[in-house]
Design a binder for this molecule. Structure first.
Ligand code: 5AD
Length: 355
C-alpha cells in the first residue's frame, strides 16, 4: 500500500476508532518509517487530548512468586525449581504501601502468582486493611484466575481494578502457551465476571510470544475492541532461561509501540502502561512507549530483598527508574520529552475525552 493510503488508514482509525481487519494487518505489517512516525504522533496527540502531558504512576507490589500454574513462558511457573519462593507478609505489604504513599503514589498494584485457594481469605483481609489505611488510594489486583466469589469478596473488601491479560484470544495459540489444565474459556469467563462485578478491568497480551502470528494479534485486537477494557497491558515477550521457551525469540519493541498507538486511537481514554518488559529489551523503551501513546508507568514498590525472585523473564529492569526510589530519575526522563508525573489516582472515569 502507498504511504499516502497508509496515512489515511491512521486518519480513519483516529476518526472512527475502528478499522477493518485487513487494515489493522496492513498497519501492523507496515515498516515505512514516516507512516509509523505518523501513527505514533496521532496516538500521542489523542493521549494528550485526554490526559495532557501527565503520566500516571502505579506502585507495583510483587506480592508473591508462588504460583500453581505452569505457563510455559513464565519464570515463576510452578515447575521452575530454581526459584526461591516467597509470599510477602501482611506487614511487608503494608510497609511497601506506606513507603509508596509517602513517595506520592495513589494506586497500589498487588501482583503475583496464583496462590493456593486457601489464601483467598488472607487476600481479602489484606485488601481490606489497605482500603482502611489509605482510603484515598486505588487498589489494583493482578493475581490471576479465581472463582467469582473470591473476586466478589475482594471487590467488597475495597479493590477497584483488576489486571488479567487474556494472553491470546486464539484457543489454539493459547493452548501452545499454557498447559492443558488452563483454558482460554476460563480466562475469558474470569474477565467477564470482573467486569460484571464493577472492577475497572485490564487485559492484554505479550507481543511476540512463541507461535504468535499477525493473524493472532488481529484476533486480540478484535477481542479487545468488543470487550472494551479500561486498561490495556502489552509488553514484548522476553524469554526466561529456565522455561520451555528459554531459547525463543524476544518480542519486538517496535511492534509493541505500534500496538500502543493502535489501541490509543481505538480507545482514547484507556489506561495503557508503557511496561517494564519494553524497558527491559530497549533501554529507552519506556519513553518510546509514551511517545507512542502509552500514559501509565508502574514503578516497583516491592521490598528490595524479593525483587530478584520475581523474575518473570530474563534481564528484568529492577533498579533505577524502574524502582520507586528512582522517581526523581523518572521525572527527569519524562521532562526530557515534555511530560511529567500525574500523581492523581488516575481512574478510568476521571478522564474526559476532549480530543
Ligand atoms: N515475557 C514477557 N511477559 C511475561 N509475562 C509472563 N512471562 C513473561 C515473559 N516471559 C507477562 C504475562 C502476564 C504478566 C503478569 O506478565 O503476560 O500476564
Amino acid at each position: 500500500m502507498h504511504v499516502a493510503s497508509m496515512r489515511e488508514l491512521v486518519d480513519i482509525l483516529r476518526a472512527e476508532r475502528h478499522l477493518e481487519s485487513s487494515s489493522y494487518k496492513a498497519l501492523l505489517e507496515c515498516d515505512n518509517e514516516s507512516v509509523v512516525a505518523y501513527l505514533h504522533e496521532q496516538a500521542r496527540e489523542v493521549a494528550q487530548g485526554v490526559f495532557g502531558r501527565g503520566i500516571f504512576v502505579r506502585g507495583l507490589v510483587e506480592l508473591t512468586n508462588v504460583c500453581h500454574n505452569d505457563c510455559y513462558y513464565c519464570g515463576i511457573r510452578k515447575s521452575n525449581s530454581n526459584v526461591e519462593r516467597y509470599i510477602l507478609t501482611t506487614e511487608q505489604v503494608l510497609q511497601s504501601c506506606q513507603q509508596g504513599y509517602e513517595l506520592g503514589f495513589r494506586t497500589f498494584v498487588l501482583q503475583g502468582g496464583e496462590l493456593p485457594r486457601d489464601k483467598a481469605q488472607w487476600l481479602v483481609e489484606l485488601v481490606s486493611e489497605i482500603r482502611q489505611r489509605w482510603s484515598d488510594c486505588a487498589i489494583t489486583l493482578s493475581l490471576g484466575e479465581w472463582p467469582r466469589e473470591v473476586y466478589e469478596a475482594l471487590k467488597h473488601a475495597g479493590a477497584d481494578r483488576y489486571l488479567l491479560r487474556h494472553e491470546s484470544h486464539n484457543a489454539e495459540h493459547y493452548a501452545k502457551l499454557h498447559p492443558a489444565d488452563m483454558s482460554l474459556t476460563n480466562r475469558l469467563q474470569c474477565l467477564t465476571w470482573l467486569k460484571e462485578l464493577g472492577y475497572q478491568v485490564g487485559t492484554g497480551i505479550m507481543v511476540g510470544s512463541p507461535w504468535q502470528s499477525l493473524d493472532n494479534i488481529m484476533e486480540d485486537i478484535e477481542f479487545i475492541e468488543q470487550f472494551k477494557p479500561q486498561m490495556i497491558g502489552l509488553g514484548p515477550f522476553v524469554p526466561q532461561h529456565d522455561t520451555p521457551f528459554g531459547k525463543s525469540a524476544t518480542g519486538s519493541a517496535a511492534l509493541t509501540c505500534k500496538l500502543y498507538s493502535i489501541f490509543r486511537l481505538m480507545f482514547p481514554n484507556a489506561l495503557i502502561p508503557s511496561t517494564t518488559a519494553i524497558n527491559t529489551i530497549d533501554t529507552n523503551g519506556r519513553i518510546k512507549g509514551i511517545m507512542a501513546g502509552a500514559n501509565v508507568v508502574m514503578p516497583n514498590l516491592s521490598p528490595a530483598s524479593v525483587r530478584s525472585n520475581y523474575a518473570l523473564y530474563d534481564g528484568k529492569a529492577i533498579t533505577n527508574a524502574e524502582a520507586a526510589e528512582g522517581i526523581a530519575q523518572l521525572e527527569t526522563q519524562l521532562a526530557t520529552i515534555g511530560y511529567h508525573i500525574d500523581w492523581s489516582r488516575g481512574d478510568f472515569n476521571q478522564c474526559k475525552i476532549n480530543n
